[in-house]
Design a binder for this molecule. Structure first.
Ligand code: QAP
Ligand code: CO
Length: 167
């Protein structure tokens, strides 16, 4: 097991579009385990491979209170979206920043599991927000890009200052 370093906005590597996983092998399973460990240690409720500088389509999500409901989605595809909800989002790549984002209320998702087998699932509420947020990372998109240019500028300035202090 290993904790992986997380990229921080505005690192341009967060804008990389991830490539599909071509084979669910031991290396992919190890990556999923290390990502779950990294997410739980933070603690967080979702992490995309992009955030640990691996540009493959893999996300881990666990919205349970007690880290008991890990979901690993490989090559996730959201193929239905209905309704709207607003949720105050955060991101392990944008520490200390939280803001409201409007997304679909209900989604249907197709993905491969750790066994390499395809499955489909429904998600609503927080789980739906979390999956949409993480799939955005795989497409090179960070949640702050839904905010106004003014807010994005302020967030960049704040995180650049923090990065200088911790360097
Ligand atoms: C994405 O985010 C998410 O700023 C996952 O200092 C967030 O796990 C989806 C975190 C909200 C839906 C709703 C953020 C931890 C964790 C921070 C996270 C921080 C420490 C964020
Ligand atoms: Co995020």
């Amino acid at each position: 097991m290993a904790l992986l370093p997380i990229l921080h906005y505005p690192d341009t590597r967060l804008h990389t579009v991830a490539a599909p996983v071509t084979e669910v092998n031991e290396a992919v399973r190890t990556l999923a385990r290390d990502m779950a460990e990294t997410m739980y240690a933070a603690p967080g409720i979702g992490l995309a491979a992009t955030q640990v500088n691996v540009h493959q389509r893999l996300i881990v999500v666990d919205i349970s209170e007690d880290q008991s409901e890990l979901l690993v989605l490989i090559n996730p595809e959201i193929f239905e979206r209905d309704g709207e909800q607003v949720y105050e989002e955060g991101c392990l790549s944008v520490p200390g920043i939280y803001d409201k984002v409007t997304r679909a209320e209900h989604i249907r998702v197709r993905a491969l599991g750790l066994d390499g087998k395809p499955f489909e699932m429904d998600a609503t509420d927080l789980l739906s927000v979390c999956i949409q947020h993480e799939v955005d990372h795989l497409d090179g998109k960070v949640f702050v890009e839904y905010l106004s240019q003014l807010k994005q500028g302020r967030i960049r300035t704040k995180l650049a200052k923090l990065a200088r202090i911790s360097a």
